[in-house]
Design a binder for this molecule. Structure first.
Ligand code: FAD
Length: 597
């Protein structure tokens, strides 16, 4: 970059910083104090409200099998038992099954077992009876069209290499290893059992995915009054853009942290770190910025707090149509700005814009059909961009009510900073924060990639710290709901302790199930002993409902069946409960029980 451009950019940065600082003052500090006061509130139920009864007053018994399996015939219970048992075996059993039965018979077997257990049906018509049945028993649906291309590992790697490298790749300076495509990790399906994976083919394929998501949104709208649809951003465009934008966002954020540490503000949460403008200005001066930008704000300085925080900093990147121009990042080591990429080609620029347009189209369809859109979280080298683009949609579409839900993965070390900053932003700008909280589905893959390629493992060191992180993020959002009734959260987890923790915290804060601010989410075919008692007790609870043609869902299902050992360890309790219910029905003469609704 030539010197005059650099000076211009630095001046622009400084100018924006000052304006933001003047506008926002110390809103963040006030918000933090309010959160502390919510947390220190004495447990106790608020006065009864017309919205319903507080969470804990309705006792939810997760061991009561009669209620839990009220929506299931005995054959369905038996199928669940067989499937969970098969999942508990080593994957070799599945391979053996394929060899012994042959491909056709194996597919038929999968259809009778895994497909029936985890997939609702072939298309939106076929899934309707199941959706209606679940609804009759108090459980809603998040429709999740689940096709996955049946391609080999080599094909997947090649597609990833082709789609993640920019035409201007060779000119790219300062590119970090994490945000580069690596052939050995090109097949993003490895070790992932709870999510579908998309590989980029071309723009027409992305349009096809968008049309599929639109059908899914319409089906959600048609089948219930308050449905959800799930989408994956990697289905909607070339992942190269997500990689590059993620790198910019992360470097930008890191530059803030670097500046904060220069000012002696290490070891604080992201929201607590505030940059002194005077010192920032000095630093920018050192980087080579000249001109009278000091004079731009000195006259208004007394109106401002004299500081800016990470949110002010992040909002400097806010023009979606000029993202390509923003591919200029600070180099912490060299202490100067440098271009991340010379420029997108005209075609790449178009691809990027088309991806954003597809997201806009989906959001509009969601609004027209009264459906809420859940944007799934994916790998950490895409996720900063996915989350940021989702947030941009929330700014537009969540003004009146929560339509777009972002997803936060609590296995990430940075999860609390991500959640608290976005809550704070929604508060400052006055839109509805809406989040799905998950622990995270890509742990093994993320760890292996970080180790092999050589960057810091983004995942918490152990399961216990992920649990703590989950509850910390959850508590923060629940406090926010209690304070303003403006945020919304889906507790997307099969973990009984987490669900119980949520119920007891809802009670302490006086949050009412019927307020529809706190939702619960589980995958279809999993943890019915949690979903159905919650639903029958009046809590908004949803199943992620995968659907799609047998042949197209089968690759994902086979992978799930083969790699499910860790995933299914928690199913031990479920198997015990299923046995208990089957025995109860046998003894009480209810073996032929059929759910009535
Ligand atoms: C409705 C729904 C929607 C979902 N959507 C998404 C999504 O969009 N994106 C996504 O990534 N995932 C998603 N998931 C999957 C989710 O992230 C978890 O993988 C899965 O639910 C298991 O976590 P749990 O809380 O249910 O159960 P638990 O068994 O309590 O937790 C298991 C999880 O803990 C974490 N963990 C386990 N061992 C360790 C360890 N040694 N160190 C650190 N952490 C560890 C991992 O995240 C693991 O998946 C979704 C799950 C549900 C139910």
């Amino acid at each position: 970059m030539i010197k005059s451009e650099k000076v211009f950019l630095l001046c622009y940065v400084a100018h924006r910083v000052i304006l933001l600082s003047v506008r926002r003052g110390d809103a963040g500090r006030r918000a933090a104090a309010l959160h502390d006061s919510a947390r220190s509130r004495q447990p106790g139920r608020r006065e009864a409200e017309s919205t319903g009864t507080a969470a804990d007053e309705v006792s939810v018994d997760f061991d009561q099998t009669r209620e839990a399996y009220k929506s299931k015939g005995s054959l369905e219970l038996l199928r669940s038992l067989v499937v969970f048992k098969l999942c508990s075996y080593d994957f070799l059993i599945m391979d053996l099954g394929k060899t012994l039965l042959g491909q056709r018979a194996f597919n038929q077997f999968m259809k009778m077992t895994f497909y029936g257990q985890f997939v609702a049906g072939e298309d939106h018509k076929a899934i309707r009876p199941l959706i209606q049945k679940n609804q009759a028993f108090g459980v809603g649906s998040v429709l999740d069209y689940s096709v996955e291309e049946d391609i080999t590992q080599e094909e997947a790697e090649q597609k990833e290499m082709d789609s993640c490298a920019s035409a201007a790749e060779k000119e790219r300076i300062g590119k970090e290893k994490k945000y580069k495509v690596h052939k050995q990790f090109g097949d993003r399906r490895g070790g992932v059992t709870g999510a579908r994976t998309y590989f980029y083919a071309d723009e027409a394929k992305c349009d096809q995915h968008m049309e599929t998501f639109i059908k899914c949104i319409k089906a959600s709208g048609g089948s219930s009054m308050d449905g959800f649809s799930a989408i994956k951003m990697t289905a909607l465009g070339r992942p190269q853009f997500l990689l590059q934008f993620s790198e910019v966002l992360v470097k930008w954020r890191r530059f803030f942290t670097f500046l904060a540490s220069q000012q002696g503000k290490d070891g604080m949460t992201a929201l607590e770190q505030k940059l002194e403008l005077n010192q920032l200005q000095e630093f920018l001066n050192k980087l080579g910025a000249k001109g009278d930008f000091y004079g731009w704000f000195s006259g208004r300085k007394e109106e401002s707090s004299g500081t800016i925080d990470m949110i002010d900093w992040n909002s400097l990147i806010d023009d979606r149509t000029k993202i390509s121009d923003l591919l200029v990042v600070p180099n912490v080591e060299l202490g100067e700005l440098e271009p991340l990429l010379a420029k997108f080609t005209v075609e790449e620029e178009k691809q990027m814009k088309r991806m954003l347009q597809r997201m806009d189209i989906l959001a509009k369809h969601a609004i027209d059909n009264g459906v809420r859109l859940m944007v799934d979280a994916e790998q950490t080298y895409f996720q900063p961009a996915i989350s940021r683009l989702t947030l941009e949609m929330q700014r537009i579409y969540n003004k009146e009510k929560p339509v777009i839900f972002n997803t936060y993965q609590c296995y990430l070390k940075e999860a609390f900073d991500n959640v608290s900053m976005d809550v704070e932003l929604s508060r400052r700008e006055g839109w509805h924060f809406a989040a799905k909280l998950v622990r995270g589905a890509y742990m093994y893959q993320e760890r292996e990639r970080a180790e092999e390629i050589g960057y810091e493992d983004p995942i918490n060191p152990d399961y216990e710290s992920t649990n703590k992180m989950y509850h910390r993020c959850l508590d923060y959002v629940l406090d926010e709901i209690a304070l303003r009734r403006n945020a919304n959260v889906m507790v997307a987890s099969h973990n009984e302790d987490t669900v119980k923790h949520t119920l007891s915290r809802m009670y302490e804060l006086g949050l009412f199930p019927r307020e529809n601010k706190v939702y619960f989410g589980q995958l279809l075919g999993m943890c019915d002993q949690i979903s159905f008692p919650l639903g029958q007790a009046g809590f908004p609870v949803y199943k992620y409902v995968p659907y799609g043609p047998v042949n197209e869902v089968m690759p994902y299902l086979s992978r799930r069946a083969q790699e499910n050992r860790g995933f299914m360890k928690g199913a031990q309790k479920e198997r015990e409960l299923l046995w208990k219910e089957l025995k109860r029905r046998l003894v009480s003469g209810e073996l032929l029980y059929r759910p009535v609704y």
